[in-house]
Design a protein around this ligand. Structure first.
Ligand SMILES: Cc1cc2nc3c(=O)[nH]c(=O)nc-3n(C[C@H](O)[C@H](O)[C@H](O)COP(=O)(O)O)c2cc1C
Length: 179
């Protein structure tokens, strides 16, 4: 079955390591004839959730008018969601956390999705990514029917391009092909 894949690439670095792994994953998607689209958060305007309560006190819609409206539509209509972040101070980057918080108004509609996580860090030990992974799991725990399907550990990558030639590149491609 052909799936609809949405890749959320959060690195502020254009052509950075996690973004490169996203592209590999997407190459695999295309090879297997899945529909795939990437949103590079750096190019989008996504304000912080203000905790105003409009969405959880009955009014329902978020009063903020920015790119999150369109992004949420895409998240809700995807079958597969790939979330990619660099590890910053052993946690996810702010762009990804901001996006997650802004799902507040419609997170109950994000149902039955398959999730893949892509992480990059300078650290060589994949255990160094555990906390960041747990942050993603904090999000998926709040969603109905979310299934965690795969994790790409892009370890040992500091500078742009360090990830090239790594095992993670192959893994991302293969994982993307076998969703
Ligand atoms: C603000 C900042 C904080 C970082 N913190 C960590 C860290 O805690 N542990 C680590 O291993 N690498 C850390 N790094 C390195 C990045 O995770 C690494 O450069 C990664 O490849 C960035 O991914 P990207 O190219 O997709 O942006 C940090 C980099 C920056 C800019």
């Amino acid at each position: 079955m052909n799936k609809k894949v949405l890749v959320l690439s959060a690195s502020p670095r254009k052509g950075g390591n996690s973004d490169t792994l996203c592209d590999q994953f997407m190459m695999g998607n295309r090879e297997a004839e899945h529909e795939t689209e990437k949103i590079f958060l750096r190019n989008k305007k996504i304000n912080y959730c203000t905790g105003c309560g409009n969405c959880f006190n009955g009014e329902k819609s978020c009063p903020q008018k920015d790119d999150m409206t369109e992004i949420l539509e895409k998240i809700i209509s995807a079958d597969v969601i790939v979330m990619a972040t660099p590890v910053y101070f052993y946690t996810m980057c702010a762009q990804m956390k901001t996006l997650i918080d802004r799902t507040c108004a419609r997170y109950s509609e994000i149902r039955n999705k398959e999730f893949y996580f892509v992480l990059t860090a300078a650290d060589n030990n994949k255990r160094a990514m555990d906390r960041t992974l747990e942050e993603f799991r904090g999000f998926t725990l709040c969603l109905s029917g979310a299934k965690e399907k795969g994790i790409i550990y892009g370890t040992g990558a500091w500078n742009i391009g360090d990830i090239k030639g790594s095992q993670a590149m192959k893994q991302a491609y293969e994982m993307g092909k076998n969703i």
